[in-house]
Write a protein of this length. Structure first.
Length: 300
């Protein structure tokens, strides 16, 4: 199997174009156990996930997001930029806008390229989903979850919940150092909290100004990653909902791996995300022969 290694601000993926693959081969690389083995950084290739490019009847291609723990996510903001670049540069879709079908719907990626080389990708991420039933989060289905106290063993944390096609629980903290420390200690508990029947991504955000936010994300199925595109979008929306930022004004979101520009449209009618996607290398691997990490090594 040929794969391409990409990253968006350090959030790294194995991108596999399966549009012309045999059904058996396509199924094998998307098998959860194989995904775990591929993403293992010592025994496999290493990555935060596998992005499968598949045929689509409603868009130019379909993206399936498979996390490093074998679970599936509805959407990945950094990942879709990587897929868009792969499709533009090597996938036969060299055009200014590429439509990609995702678990969060059909999203359009605008390509900023110099010649045949992509410089950045702007993704129309769609309208944020704010009702508890849409996210989903426990509580009255037709209400929003804005600055609500989430009970944890270590004490309650105030969260604001947003879905960008996948669920996010955002908490605002006093400093950038607090954001990283709390992501490490509280991230796992927030992800698997009983309020979130599908688990959740957990964002820990420090607002530097109305136009700049420092952010650390504990990603569902991955743990702390260097960047999370949907998390950056959700955090910008949460900042507006709580009076910390403004609509129709670009917000710089600084993640450990770099920065994204997020603009939330007036009336919360849509979100645009602009950022890079970098190709690292290509490789080939015999997925059928790939061995999972020994259980004794995994436990250490």
């Amino acid at each position: 199997m040929r794969f391409a290694k990409y990253h968006g601000l350090g959030n790294d993926f194995l991108v596999v174009d399966l549009r012309a693959a045999a059904a058996a081969d396509a199924a094998l690389v998307q098998d959860p156990a194989r995904v775990i083995a591929l993403c293992d950084r010592q025994f496999g290739v290493g990555g935060d996930g596998v992005l499968a490019i598949l045929p689509s009847t409603t868009a130019d291609a379909r993206m399936r997001v498979l996390n490093s723990d074998g679970s599936e996510a509805e959407m990945c903001g950094n990942g879709i930029r990587c897929v868009a670049r792969e499709l533009y540069e090597r996938g036969g879709l060299q055009k200014p806008a590429i439509a990609i079908e995702t678990g969060a719907g059909r999203l359009v990626c605008e390509i900023d390229a110099q010649g045949s080389v992509v410089q950045s990708v702007t993704v129309a991420m769609g309208k944020p989903r704010l009702l508890r039933s849409e996210i989903p989060v426990a509580g009255p289905a037709d209400e929003r979850c804005v600055e609500q106290a989430l009970p944890l063993a270590s004490g309650a944390r105030t969260i604001t919940c947003v879905s960008m096609g996948n669920p996010h629980a955002v908490t605002f903290v006093a400093s950038r150092d607090d954001a990283y420390a709390l992501a490490q200690t509280l991230g796992p508990d927030v992800e698997r909290h009983a309020w979130f029947r599908n688990r959740t991504n957990a964002e820990f955000a420090h607002v530097r100004s109305r136009r700049e936010i420092d952010l650390v994300v504990w990603e569902r199925g991955c743990g702390i990653t260097l960047a999370c595109g949907t998390g950056a979008c959700a955090t910008a929306v949460a900042a507006i909902l709580t009076g910390r930022a403004d609509e129709a004004t670009p917000v710089r979101v600084n993640l450990p791996g770099g920065s994204l520009e997020i603009t939330v449209q007036a009336g919360l009618t849509g979100v645009a995300m602009t950022g890079p996607a970098l190709h690292v290398f290509d490789g080939e691997i015999d997925v059928a022969r790939l061995q999972p990490r020994p259980s004794d090594a995994r436990a250490q």
